[in-house]
Structures are given as C-alpha cells and as structure tokens.
Design a protein around this ligand. Sequence first.
Ligand SMILES: Cc1ncc(C[n+]2csc(CCOP(=O)(O)OP(=O)(O)O)c2C)c(N)n1
Length: 290
Amino acid sequence: MDIGAQGDLIMNSDSENLTAPDVQTLESRARQIRRLVVQMNAAARSSHVGSALSIVDLLVVLYFRILRFDLENPRAGDRDRFILSKGHGCTALYATLAERGFFSKDILDTYYQDGGLLAGHADNHNVPGIEVATGSLGHGLSIGVGMALAGKHDQKNYRVFVLLGDGECDEGSVWEATMSASHFKLDNLITIVDFNKLQAMGRVEEVMNLEPFAEKWCSFGWSVREIDGHDFRQIEDALTKVPFESAKPSLILAHTVKGKGVSYMEDQLSWHYKSPNERELALALEELEL
Ligand SMILES: Cc1ncc(C[n+]2csc(CCOP(=O)(O)OP(=O)(O)O)c2C)c(N)n1
C-alpha cells in the first residue's frame, strides 16, 4: 500500500524460502530458548520475562537464518551488527546466543548473579555476540545509525539490525535517530519494532498513543513493512528482502504478544515485573515441553 511521497508501507507476504521442516526446526529452537528464558528469570527472580518472551521468534530467525557472523571470530569487521535496544529483554538474547554457539549454556546459570558474566540488562563486557550494553531505553537506534554510517563511510557491506520496544518509542531520541537515518540514506540499517502493545506501566495506547505508527516511520523517510512477529515465514520473508528500497532505511513493525508462549503470561502487564515462582515455573515448562 503506497501512502505517499515520503515512504512506502509494504504489506507482508509469506516467505517461499522456508520449508515445513525449516519452520519446525525454528519452532523447536524457539521453544527451547523460551524454556531457558523462564528458567533464568525464575532463578534470578528478575523482571522482564514477558519482554523477553515477546522477541524470541524474531531472534531465532535473525540468529539462525539472517545475520552474517563468524562464531570463531565474533568481532570480525565485516559481521552484521545486532543491537537489542530494549536491553531489559536480555534473557532472550543471552539464551539465543548460547543456543547458537557463541558461548556455553553453562554461562546462562550466572545470569544476574554476583560476579557472573551476564548482567541484568544486555551487557557486552566479555560476552561474545553482544555489540553494546543497553538497558537505558532510547539509545540503541542512535548507536545503530552511527554503525551504519561508519559502514557506508568505510565501504563495508555489513548490515545493522536494531530491535526496539514499542514503549521505547516514547523516547524523543528514537525519532532523532529515525530522522538521521533517512537523511543519511542508511539502507544498511534495519529496525524491528517489537510491537507488543504493552509497556512497563500500562497499555501503549493509554500511556502514549503511537498511532498512526507505521505512517509515522514512513513520513520520516523509512520503508516500512508490517508482519506478525511470531510467524516464522513472515519474519524470514521481511528480513531477506531488506533493504526494501535502496537509499532508505527499513522498518519492520512486528506485531507480537508480550509473554508469548506461556499462556498465563500472554498479554498480561504484571509479567513485566514479576518473576515466576516454583509452581509458575513448573507450569511454564510444562507448556513449553519439547
Ligand atoms: C531511559 C529509561 N527509562 C525508563 C526505563 C525503565 N523501563 C524498563 S522497561 C520499560 C518499558 C519498556 O516498554 P517497551 O519498550 O514497550 O518494552 P516491553 O517490555 O513492553 O517489551 C521501562 C520504562 C529504562 N530502562 N530506561
């Protein structure tokens, strides 16, 4: 659907690249990662389990199908960059990185522990695969713009992917970065918004209405696609077609469900802060049985 001169809103279509067995493999990886997420959040008694469960399917497609990296040399100059701007959802990223082989799964047990490697928000210190420390919302996209600009300047082929929360888009700095990205024609920059319609203290539409959200990104000069952020075919299709247009940054507006995969957490605000107790953990693991 063309919405005017500033940008195009392209409706999603299904990927022909993914076979049924591919989808099954991705589903079981996502299930395993969700199991690790609930276990980590429960063991640490930490917040943000719903925020992490919301992005697992996006991370699985990114790390198992899309991103170009070298596990032997995770800092290789030509690697694709991924920034989890909503750094509070870090258990999903840590679990995905471990599952993908960036580091041993034993390290997940150190999450949020004194002296442990994995901090309560995404931390790049000594953690292979994490580009930048995030958690103070509203900064990831600006960092991504800098990386993408550097890539253009250095004539490198890497892409930069940034994952934002919808509530995070209340931050003015997000829109400054959005404006810069189109000004500098950063078609090597791809932003995914985890549009789960909840933030810390309420529903997005009640706290700060973002609509018309897709059109806002278009009017800032981005090329936009809307997808179901839990449908592997749609995720893969969008991510393999970036940049959607040359000389424009790409935005994937991914409709998701906070707490996805654990029925009693789905779309429930309370699971922004709560962590599962023993009984709740057992229930979650039962639902996520492999
Ligand atoms: C600058 C800043 N302000 C406030 C917070 C506290 N905080 C952590 S998560 C969160 C809500 C984020 O909502 P959203 O981006 O929608 O992510 P979700 O958890 O819903 O996936 C807030 C306000 C923060 N981390 N950084």
